[in-house]
Design a protein around this ligand. Structure first.
Ligand code: GDP
Length: 430
């Protein structure tokens, strides 16, 4: 059986959660390999509506093993909150269906504080952090100043490691930010209240994945956010602090030898962007408000209204290239049903010249969108399950996007529910 990665092609919130939830049926293992609880996947299934932050979206499927790999920002407090919320609604979460890598670094209590303190210091120059401690966490990880989940099983090592970190971190907290220091007692109660409860889930996920692959099981790698938020290839510095690309999945999962056969890129039928940073195709005023309302574009984690715009074919093509996507799931096509004419950003104009290429981040502020309009279909398409049954204008929209991005659109999503999907045969899209 083939392995796949499901990744975002744009700025995140493309609807990856609903695609993972739909496709997990075919996979034995689902792995989150980067990021933390700073974004949300929304999943609607037979148990109800859920906003997942850290848990893999395969958690609802019986028999699916879900893994939090070493690349994630493992926040025990938030993870347990999520586990408790989901188990309260009748879904069993046990060490059989959730496994945490012993090599995952722990997001420590001070990481959230530092996020908050730094955003306050930046004031109006802030980057729009979700204040979940992700940036301070990853900085510390790369400075080798966090704790690995597996250290929880070695109390003496853990204690002396924590004493060193405490001394170091209190310097930053008290001298740079003039904040209150942490004490060992505070850390002890954090260990007791949260870390003890996650211990049963911690194991060597690398050897589990290796064994799964040897046994012919199929693995799905689930990304958070999208190409344009990738630390190395995104709109730096308005990126996240980890790699959102499929290429990082083997490393962040704990199974560097993992083979990924298919990369399913998720693209929304229009654009959205949360937080600060350049967003070339952005719409404003009533036009934006109408699209935001039609698509219910408010952050799953923060409730913040998302910035919205036309589908951006320049950014999408770039996003597909850096993800090496082999196929595309186009989501939320139904949201566009209210429009007479559908705007599409086909090119950028930079200093008077039009281009198809996504520019270097510093140039994005000077880029203007070139907008073309396609005919709308003006009817409800949410009940349609066969591509040819879509109004001809909707078919044309999908085919146009496909021809411009150069990657087959194999799924068209027309509603948030698991079954609201049109599956296109690959041959058809080629
Ligand atoms: P993710 O982080 O990429 O999973 O995306 P989000 O969960 O933040 O945003 C996707 C939102 O759109 C969720 O509320 C989904 O339930 C919803 N959604 C996903 N696909 C569709 C679709 O095809 N149509 C509609 N109307 N909503 C969708």
């Amino acid at each position: 059986m083939k392995n796949c990665a499901i990744v975002g092609i744009n700025w995140g919130d493309e609807g990856k959660g609903r695609m993972v939830d739909l496709l997990t049926e075919k996979y034995d293992v689902v792995v989150r390999y980067q990021g933390g609880g700073n974004a949300g996947h929304t999943v609607i299934n037979e148990y109800g509506k859920f906003a997942l932050h850290l848990l893999p979206s395969g958690i609802f499927r019986k028999g699916t093993v879900n893994i939090l790999g070493n690349g994630v920002a493992l926040d025990p407090e938030n993870l347990l909150k999520e586990v408790d919320e989901i188990t309260a609604r009748g879904i069993a979460i046990t060490p059989d269906n959730l496994k945490i890598s012993d090599r995952a670094s722990l997001l420590l209590p001070w990481h959230r504080d530092l996020d908050e303190l730094e955003e306050k210091r930046l004031a109006d120059k802030k980057y729009g952090s979700t204040k979940q401690g992700i940036a301070p966490f990853y900085s510390d990880k790369y400075q080798k100043k966090t704790i690995l989940a597996g250290e929880l099983f070695y109390p003496e090592v853990l204690r002396s490691h924590f004493e060193d970190l405490l001394e170091w971190k209190n310097l930053t907290l008290t001298k740079v930010y003039e904040a209150a220091p942490y004490t060992m007692e505070m850390l002890d109660s954090w260990l007791k209240d949260y870390c003890e409860r996650i211990k049963p889930f911690i194991c060597n996920t690398g050897s589990f994945l290796q064994k799964a692959q040897n046994e012919g099981k199929s693995i799905m790698f689930e990304a958070q956010l999208g190409s344009l938020r990738d630390l190395d290839y995104g709109i730096y510095p308005y990126t996240t602090s980890s790699n959102t690309l499929a290429a990082y999945a083997p490393i962040g999962s704990g199974f560097p030898a993992a083979r990924i056969d298919d990369v399913i890129g998720v693209v929304k039928a229009y654009s959205t962007c949360v937080g600060e940073g350049p967003f070339v195709c952005e719409m404003f005023g009533d036009e934006a408000e109408a699209l935001r309302k039609a698509g219910a574009e408010y952050g799953a984690k923060t409730g913040r209204p998302r910035r919205v715009g036309a589908i951006d074919l320049v950014a999408t093509k770039y996003g597909i290239e850096v993800q090496a996507a082999t196929e595309i799931a186009l989501t939320k096509l139904d949201v566009l049903s209210y429009l007479d004419k559908i705007p599409v950003c086909t090119q950028y104009s930079v200093n008077g010249e039009t281009t198809d290429h996504f520019p270097f981040p510093a140039v994005l502020d000077h880029a203007k969108p070139v907008i073309e309009y396609l005919d709308g279909w003006k009817c409800d398409i949410s009940g349609i399950r066969v591509f040819e049954d879509l109004p001809v204008e909707a078919q044309r929209y999908v085919n146009y996007v496909e021809s411009r991005i150069g990657c087959p659109i194999t799924y068209v999503s027309v509603g948030p529910e698991r079954e609201s999907i049109i599956v296109r045969k690959k041959e058809m899209a080629e």
